[in-house]
Design a protein around this ligand. Structure first.
Ligand SMILES: NC(=O)c1ccc[n+]([C@@H]2O[C@H](COP(=O)([O-])OP(=O)(O)OC[C@H]3O[C@@H](n4cnc5c(N)ncnc54)[C@H](O)[C@@H]3O)[C@@H](O)[C@H]2O)c1
Length: 243
């Protein structure tokens, strides 16, 4: 296992918190990023033990914040081995009623935030001649979805960004991969009407919704030595839903 720190954005709850738990159990030193300082701090305290886990509250949709956090994490831990761009939001609405403001929000946070953190960490990983960038996309970024044009575009953009970064940074030993989760039971999916949930369940061959840990296990794999020859890929973790 590599001793460099792993940065996990959107780690205060949901899939990000499960990724943090999985990686702390595996012994990685972690830097947790999210907007809600209190939730982040209490998770960092809970996980801090054999591995060092620290909280860096901040808004990922801001390049200066990304640069500051990456610099502070690097100063603190000495090296950064992994970046997991997980923070994300939805702002659903039918396309014909979508205002420019509603269009912008998922783009600003999901796509631009992923760019800002990746852009800020890339020089460090290239100097180290090793690093793993893991971007959390979505099956919606592969298939598109009625009512989610903005979210779908942000998540498709993440897949294209990932492939491009993989091609530019591969020569320096840095890999970049995306994970496209299907329906994972978290706060983000809790508000969906029962009818929609039942319809979705019917489309999943494994006949259950995913859990944060289903995604977290794949993140752990992509950080492992065994995954060192995998780059520019999108791993779909959806119980077979879009196959
Ligand atoms: N839940 C699903 O079914 C599902 C499916 C596919 C993809 N995803 C993706 O997985 C990721 C995590 O989703 P989740 O279900 O755990 O969501 P969630 O709403 O439970 O958690 C989102 C996390 O992102 C953080 N965040 C949001 N905006 C931020 C910002 N501007 N700056 C810093 N942090 C910010 C929140 O604080 C929180 O920690 C997202 O990128 C989401 O698009 C989720």
């Amino acid at each position: 296992m590599n001793n460099g720190a792993i940065i996990v954005t959107g780690a205060s709850r949901g899939i990000g918190a499960d990724i943090a738990r999985e990686l702390a159990e595996a012994g990685y030193n972690l830097a947790l990023v999210a907007r809600s300082a209190d939730a982040l701090q209490s998770l960092a305290e809970e996980l801090n033990g054999d591995s060092v886990v620290k909280a860096w509250p901040g808004d990922i949709a801001d390049f200066e914040t990304a640069e500051r956090i990456i610099k502070e994490v690097h100063d603190e831990f000495g090296s950064i081995f992994g970046l997991v761009n997980n923070a994300g939001v939805t702002q659903d609405g039918l396309f014909m009623r979508m205002s420019p403001e509603n269009w912008k929000k998922p783009i600003d946070i999901n796509l631009n935030g992923t760019f800002y953190f990746t852009r800020a960490v890339a020089p460090i990983m290239m100097r180290q001649r090793e690093g793993r960038i893991i971007n959390i996309s979505s099956v919606i970024g592969v298939t598109g979805n009625a009512g989610q044009a903005n979210y779908a575009a942000s998540k498709a953009g993440i897949i294209a960004l990932t492939k491009s970064v993989a091609k530019e940074l591969g020569g320096r030993g840095v890999t970049a991969n995306a994970i496209a989760p299907g329906f994972i039971a978290t706060d983000m999916t809790e508000d969906l009407p029962e009818k929609v949930r039942t319809e979705m369940l019917n489309q999943i061959p494994l006949k259950r919704f995913g859990e944060g840990r289903d995604v977290a296990g794949v993140v752990k794999f992509l950080l492992s030595k065994e995954a060192s020859y995998i780059t520019a890929q999108t791993l779909v973790v959806d119980g077979g839903m879009i196959a």
